[in-house]
Design a protein around this ligand. Sequence first.
Ligand code: PLP
Length: 358
Amino acid sequence: AYSFAAGPARLPDAVLERARDELFVRGVDGAATLERPFTGDAFRATLAHARERLATLLDLPPGYRILFLAGGAMHQFSLLPMNLLGTARCAAYADSGYWSQRAIDEARRYTEVVIAARYIGATPLAAPTTGRWHLPQGCAYCHITPNETVDGLAYPELPHTGAVPLVADATSCFLATPLDVTRFGLIYASAQKNLGIAGLTVLVVRDELLGRVAPHVPTAFSYRIQAQQDSTYNTPPTAAIHVAALVFDWIADNGGLTALAAANRRKAEGIYRVIDGSGGVYTAPVVPAHRSVTNIRFHLGDTALTERFVAEAEAHGLHHLRGHPRIGGLRASLYNAMPDAGASALAEFMADFARRNG
Ligand code: PLP
């Protein structure tokens, strides 16, 4: 059986096996990984390993820090303005769909939000493109959501924001492809898609942005303090960091981000080919150049057919294919850990379903 859930998502088989062996078994110190103090040598070594592995995978340039913070990406929707506004009078946000709108709503509680770009709010959807950006000087940062998990929309290219640091909520695309970190001031992603289990958010931040934190920000939420204290100002999510380290090992052992990107493209193309070749039985609401390779959205003609699809898919061992409750329809999420066999099983089922219902 395969889960196509948008998150928490499937872990790589090898990671699930290592986690079972490593998290729950007590060592000579009388503690299992889950039970070890975060101040001890064992966890310190895990944290250093996770940081170094991730830096290598990202080809991290000098001048950037990696933070491992408790909580999810939505916590960062508030912590970003609290940490990055400094003396600026505004922050710029691109509105590309559900998650960017949630980030915008939260940022408005702290500052004036300038909408730097908007997706075209019609079918087919399209991500903001470089030509239509409005970016006033003086904004503290420009926030984008390069992969909109709910809408199934991905940026085909990154905007150029000049001196304004580019900040990305990369929750559903982090480590799915190589990334030019130098284009960003800050990247954040919660772990439960491509980095392991929920409870952890990874931040990659340019050093010079750490000086902007507002004085009233609670100490545990200060990027600067957490950077100074190696993400251990308070108890970090130790188990989630351990699992993330296992995931980073798995990525390195499987050819790194370039190999993953090729595999992800291949998996997604197999599904989109079935959608586009179904003679209109399935429709994908996003323009081809802006389609996500991770979260594939598609629709069937009516609710009864959609319900039949979900029931038959589950009988074939293909689970969690409903779209986000806000927009309905269907969605297949193919994160890094989805094997080719899972994507092929879904593509074959979809092709057969289309033949029987066309
Ligand atoms: N941003 C994006 C792009 C997401 O996909 C999600 C979750 O699906 C979130 C934010 C919310 O993350 P969390 O639940 O970790 O706060």
